[in-house]
Design a protein around this ligand. Structure first.
Ligand SMILES: [Mg+2]
Length: 401
């Protein structure tokens, strides 16, 4: 089998990769809806892959892997990797989890990091009402993740929250707001955490997405102050999101100073950049994203390495869309016992659910779990007729054989 074309169309803000072969099989991959601008970067890999056998996924990846990087630039390579696996699974007539070593669970656990309503404000009572709303959702999520500090409006709406330079209207999520947090800001965060825990009790667990932007002394002080709340983790305090470096040494000092689990990794590209983080036990939980790390096989490799070091695994996925959900479900079915849950993704627009084929009838998440998709490949497809209305003129041939 040979690849005859690699296409990319932006459908509802998600760049969608479609790899076409000379045997009529095709594969799909999806880029986060926050990265619409990556379409030309995806397409520049076309020439490198035409003529290759897509079922030799690793040989194809060797041709393009070194051209990816930390978020956002690992996403193009990752989505292509997903599309290759999708074809390989269809060619073998098995779900992709079979090709990754087989499943160790029949359903995968997910947490709520993306299903949101607009919060009524940034006061403790607003935070409490927000998590209460999440707790009462029909998915019965076992855990919710909430943004605080630099990973929220709090840094702007709480007067003198920190003493650093404010990056007003910087345009990017993840712009480098950072600084020492004021006592007022610090106490406000503690009040919000207490209010949320009071609402959640121990029925639904809580994790906090915190930064990046903290300095080590504040991070140590905060992680110690919230120990009594038994949080699932504190995410990306020092680096993370779109920060193109890791700083494992500082993470290691933070981790060793507290019993609160410290988490990072959603922006990191490739196993090599997890090496020091894992081998120096710098964090307790890692959260690579299969749509950023370089693909699902890359994520599986990192999860196994983390397992050997007693580091937990909670993949990121908030904006990966419904095809991205297929990639997450397939790889997470195969992960070892350090797997906690992945971040349940949403699509850019509600109509996505109408054009994706292969989703379970009714509710996708039940009792905080998703049943594995049993169709060959990554298990999901796009209804070409239904999707055509969302294609730009230049992508009219996207669904051609
Ligand atoms: Mg995060």
């Amino acid at each position: 089998m040979k690849i005859t074309d690699l296409r990319c169309a932006v459908i509802g803000r998600h760049p969608i990769v479609r790899i076409v072969t000379d045997e009529g099989l095709y594969g799909l991959g999806e880029v986060e809806f926050t990265k619409t601008y990556l379409k030309p970067f995806v397409l520049h890999f076309r020439e490198a892959l035409i003529g290759q056998d897509p079922t030799d996924v690793e040989r194809c990846m060797l041709r393009i892997r070194q051209r990816g990087s930390f978020k956002p630039y690992g996403a193009a390579v990752s989505a292509i990797e997903h599309a290759l696996w999708d074809i390989a699974g269809k060619a073998a007539n098995v779900p992709v989890y079979k090709l990754l070593g087989g499943k160790v669970r029949d359903r995968v656990r997910v947490y709520n990091g993306s299903i949101r309503q607009k919060r009524s404000g940034d006061r403790p009572e607003d935070y409490a009402a927000d998590v209460k709303w999440m707790m009462e959702r029909p998915e019965k999520f076992f855990m919710v993740k909430q943004g605080i500090s630099f990973h929220s409006n709090m840094k702007d709406t709480i007067k003198d929250f920190h003493y650093g330079v404010r990056q007003e209207n910087a345009g990017y999520h993840g712009a480098m707001d950072q600084g020492q947090i004021s006592e007022r800001g610090f106490n406000h965060m503690l009040d919000c955490v207490s209010a949320m825990k009071e609402a959640l009790g121990d029925r639904v667990s809580l994790a906090l997405d915190c930064g990046p932007g903290w300095f080590l002394p504040d991070a140590i002080r905060f992680a110690n102050a919230v120990e009594k709340h038994n949080l699932m983790w504190l995410e990306d305090m020092l680096t993370g999101d779109y920060v193109p470096w890791v700083n494992p040494q500082a993470y290691r000092e933070l981790t060793q100073s507290t019993t609160t689990p410290i988490h990072t990794g959603e922006q990191i590209y490739l196993r090599h950049n997890f090496k020091e983080l894992i081998e120096s036990q710098a964090v307790r939980v890692i959260g690579p994203d299969p749509a950023d790390i370089g693909g699902i096989a890359e994520l599986k490799w990192v999860a196994e390495h983390a397992y050997m070091h007693s580091i937990m695994m909670a993949p990121h996925g908030t904006a990966n869309g419904l095809l991205g959900l297929g990639a997450l479900v397939n790889v997470c079915a195969t992960l070892p016992a350090n797997y906690i849950a992945f971040e349940y993704p949403s699509a850019s627009d509600p109509w996505w659910a109408d054009i994706v084929i292969g989703l379970p009838e009714g509710q996708i998440v039940r009792d905080s779990h998703i049943d594995l998709f049993e169709a060959p490949g990554l298990g999901l497809d796009i209804d070409a007729e239904g999707a055509r209305q969302y294609l730009g003129e230049e992508d009219a041939g996207f669904f051609d054989p």
